[in-house]
Design a protein around this ligand. Structure first.
Ligand code: NDP
Length: 316
């Protein structure tokens, strides 16, 4: 029986190469993307065999679109063995917030709220699969964690007491903590929410469902289009800096392999874990379970994010 994985954001970067690596391992990949022609061209370009994937539309920033995606997936009749929340936007130069159709700040809406709704809904699909080793994964990042070198550069993520979420997260509110808009911080905040969501899913559902919930930092994949909204000079120098100075650089292929391993390989079947790799720049770099940031391991904050996010996406 062929196993099915849904991966969000596979038109480029880590998601695209994760799709390729999983197809190579015999999985059927549902590529959940907002730009179908771009995704089709990308899949062909990296050589994913035609019969090992399908593309289904989703706009993670639009909650109605997330619901529609789940409907479409269900209509396909496939069972669901794994889900990877990978899509994200990063808009470091933005001075004023952009808004989702619901009126939420766009990076939090895309990176966190869309995935929060998707994970909650697809949990039901995953529960129905009889495959014993089902997994749900959300991508994290080193910049969520100020305890690490890569996370020390300001602005630091800070969810505060979720004052912005509690107020309904619509204009004039722009940030989870209700403070002034800072686009880089909005991205980092959304990634802290991703890690908290994964840990809360684990706490609530691992025992009763047997599903493995994990997150990971695949390394600094400095040449993905994630940085397309940065200064051109930054886009040129950042990969060189990561390759030659920090040694943190990881190719898109290797990052995709790492995601695929966390989806499929027996050694990554530890629910609640956040995976990272030592010797990040080297192929043989060993993986280990890394401690997440103090905020991302704050159990009370996890419950608060969970309850408020449920309201924001219309599940409560
Ligand atoms: P890319 O920009 O290459 O990929 C992002 C993907 O998300 C694209 O397919 C993009 O689609 C999709 N996407 C963006 N917005 C939406 C939306 N509203 N609805 C549906 N899809 C959307 O970035 P990366 O591959 O670098 O990033 C992938 C993940 O890895 C992210 O979660 C990121 O936080 C994480 N990560 C990346 C690191 C890096 O160094 N690059 C380091 C650590 C973590 P479209 O083509 O339509 O824009």
């Amino acid at each position: 029986n062929q196993k099915t994985v849904v991966i969000t954001g596979t038109s480029s970067g880590v998601g695209l190469y994760a799709a390729k690596a999983l197809a190579q391992r015999g999985w059927f990949v549902v590529m959940a993307c907002r730009d179908i022609p771009k995704t089709e061209a990308a899949a062909q370009e990296v050589g994913i065999p035609k019969d090992s994937y399908t593309i289904m539309p989703i706009d993670l920033a639009d909650l109605a679109s997330v619901r529609k995606f789940v409907q479409n997936f269900r209509a396909s009749g496939r069972s669901l063995e794994a889900l990877v929340g990978n899509a994200a936007i990063y808009m470091p130069l933005l001075k004023e917030p952009l808004r989702s159709p619901e009126g939420y700040e766009l990076s939090m809406a895309t990176n966190h709220l869309g995935h929060f709704l998707l994970c909650n809904m697809m949990l039901e699909d995953m529960k129905k699969s009889t495959y014993p080793d089902r997994r749900m994964i959300i991508l994290g990042t080193v910049t969520h964690n100020p305890d690490e070198l890569g996370g020390k550069i300001p602005p630091r993520p800070d969810l505060g007491n979720l004052e912005g979420f509690a107020k309904g997260f619509k204009a004039p509110v722009t940030m989870a903590d209700g403070k002034k808009f800072e686009s880089v911080k909005a991205y980092k905040d959304s990634k802290v929410c991703n890690v908290l969501t994964m840990r809360e899913l684990h706490r609530r559902y691992h025992e009763s469902t047997g599903i493995t919930f994990t997150s990971l930092y695949p390394g600094c994949v400095a040449d993905t289009p994630l940085f397309r909204n940065h200064y051109p000079l930054f886009q040129k120098l950042f990969p060189l800096f990561q390759k030659n100075i920090t040694g943190g650089y990881v190719s898109q292929e290797l990052a995709g392999e790492r995601v695929a391993a966390v989806v499929a390989d027996p050694e990554y079947k530890q629910s609640g874990a956040y995976w990272s790799w030592g010797n990040r720049q080297k192929k043989g770099g060993k993986s280990f379970v890394q401690t997440v940031s103090p905020q991302a391991r704050d159990d009370e904050k996890a419950v608060l994010v969970w309850d408020l996010s449920k309201k924001l996406v219309g599940l409560a």
